[in-house]
Design a protein around this ligand. Structure first.
Ligand SMILES: Cc1ncc(COP(=O)(O)O)c(C=O)c1O
Length: 521
């Protein structure tokens, strides 16, 4: 039996249809220690009754002194859900354990293993047990500064770098210590806005358009900042982008830098996917607005080490005060980043031929697969930007709105739920990325393949050869099958009138052709 204590005056009342007294009158006649059958436990659920209101007693009464503490949650976190990306991963795992076929295109995790030299370095340093300096190991900070100097020609020293347990944590600390609005272009990665909400910062969404490939346009940023020119702001720019896979041209970066300088905003340049620009041509906006740009990066994506939790922030000297404040907050929260991981990260950021080869192979595979997915989506009637980096696509199915509406699909949540149920493809709805609910967009992460196996094949049987359709079918079968299933599902309305197998074959051919010709948007 489950015993339910009465609701206190300061708590929200449980659902009256559940919380009934003996005579069935909502909210009335409720015996303070009404006994509900255990079967009601799941029906009531944690969302309706707080821990303090629920006591499983095995039939005997509990004294009031032994009730657990009341629920007093910070208003900023009330109602926030677990990160959408982690939730889809758990849901996919659940469906898989039920024996269903699930294509894991939801969570954006690198499919590739950590480079062996970096793994070896971690093993060698497993004995490192001391707390390290809060800002990070000196050699690592220098290696990161040198990495940015090498890659981008940006003048940085080790003292300008802050190491943290993931760039996500560093972004959170930044928002905590800086007092200003957060400007987020939409669509954008799912965690920027919840972090701002937790800290209690104002969010300004900067709309972008599909016809601009979802790029933030300088004139839109100018308009937004011009409304209150001296207001303190952090503007987020993420490229290659999660969720679109696209990036900015040099000219666009220069224009955006001009606006950022005009309003003296802090530009948080999230370049976590910079290392896996498909052609190795990532350019940082810090080149054009050095005095106000923080470059955010880490090991998670280009080095396949998301679970190691190591992120980096590189500051211009003019923002040292911000680095200092973040270091103070870090010293009172996580203390320092894992010591063995920091030692191993030095090896990763120093680079060298082994790492260059690893990167070249990762990029080759992602480029071929990204092109294949892009062409399949386009032929299925989606509007989608051509990917140039990372491992995401953000198709818009508004051209199929009528056909989808006829199937009861009128927004991104319904779109993703039906896709998961009817094809097994797990994706994330556009609404999670700040898009309107009724927009038919979703994010697809083309990472459901064995990256280690694909790398070996690309470096051996396919050395010096293009990664063609046969390669993708053999080494990335889940992604290829998911795309076919998606295409077939979209065409079920019979609107496109194209043979699936023909078109899929076309997309597979096209993937390798465009990878060869190197067309980028
Ligand atoms: C755009 C973007 N920024 C930042 C992060 C956080 O990366 P990490 O905390 O692993 O460094 C992610 C992770 O998925 C991301 O997609």
């Amino acid at each position: 039996m489950l015993r339910v204590a009465p609701t206190g005056p300061r708590h929200s009342t449980p659902n009256p249809s559940v919380c009934r007294g003996h005579r069935g009158q909502p909210g009335r006649d409720l015996d303070p220690w009404t006994v509900f059958p255990v079967s009601l436990q799941s029906e009531i659920g944690h969302s309706l009754l707080s821990p303090s209101q629920t006591q499983i007693t095995g039939g005997s009464k509990v004294s009031r002194q032994h009730r657990s503490p009341d629920v007093h949650l910070n208003l900023n976190v009330r109602g926030l859900k677990q990160s959408a990306t982690l939730a889809i991963n758990e849901r996919s795992a659940q469906l898989a354990t039920e024996g269903k076929t699930v294509y894991r295109l939801g969570l954006g995790q690198s499919p590739f293993p950590v480079p062996q030299v970096v793994v070896d370095e971690l093993k060698t340093n497993a004995h490192q047990k001391d707390y390290l300096p809060v800002r990070g190991l000196r050699e690592l900070r220098e290696a990161v500064a040198d990495y940015h100097r090498r890659q981008q020609g940006i003048d940085l020293a080790g003292a300008d770098v802050l190491i943290g347990p993931g760039s996500k944590e560093l972004m959170f600390l930044l928002q905590l210590v800086y007092y200003g609005d957060l400007v987020i272009p939409t669509p954008s990665w799912v965690s920027y806005a919840p972090q701002a909400r937790i800290v209690g910062r104002q969010i300004r969404w900067a709309n972008t358009r599909l016809e601009d490939d979802w790029h933030l346009m300088p004139e839109d940023l100018d308009r937004l900042c011009g409304e209150d020119p001296s207001r303190p702001r952090i503007v987020i720019l993420n490229y290659p982008s999660n969720p679109t896979g696209d990036s900015y041209t040099i000219d666009e970066l220069k224009q955006l830098a001009k606006v950022a300088r005009r309003y003296r905003v802090i530009l948080l340049s999230d370049e976590i996917y910079g290392g896996i620009h498909h052609r190795g041509q990532h350019v940082s906006v810090a080149r054009y607005y050095p005095e106000g740009t923080i470059i955010s990066g880490g090991l998670s994506k280009w080095c396949g080490a998301g679970g190691w939790r190591l992120g980096t922030f590189a500051f211009p000297r003019s923002l040292r005060w911000l680095l200092d404040a973040m270091a103070v907050a870090a010293s009172e929260t996580y203390t320092s980043t894992s010591a063995p991981v920091q030692y191993a990260a030095i090896r990763a950021f120093r680079g060298g031929t082994g790492i260059e080869r690893y990167l070249a192979t990762s990029r080759r595979i992602l480029r071929a697969l990204g092109r294949y997915c892009y062409h399949t989506l386009k032929e299925s009637g989606a509007l989608v930007a051509q990917p140039v980096g990372g491992f995401y696509l953000f198709p818009d199915f508004s051209a199929l709105r009528e056909e989808l509406a006829a199937r009861g699909i009128d927004g991104s949540v319904a779109l993703c739920e039906r896709l998961l149920e009817e094809t097994g493809a797990a994706t994330l709805p556009g609404v999670e990325f700040g898009r309107p609910e009724n927009e038919l967009t979703l994010r697809l992460a083309y990472v459901d393949f064995d990256g280690a196996r694909a790398m070996v094949a690309a470096e051996n049987q396919y050395a010096g050869r293009e990664l063609d359709g046969a390669f993708l079918e053999h080494y990335c079968p889940n992604v290829v099958q998911a795309m076919s299933a998606l295409r077939e599902w979209l065409m079920r309305g019979g609107q496109l009138g194209v043979s699936i197998s023909c078109s899929s074959a076309y997309a597979l051919r096209n993937a390798s052709n465009s990878a060869e010709t190197g067309c980028t948007s």
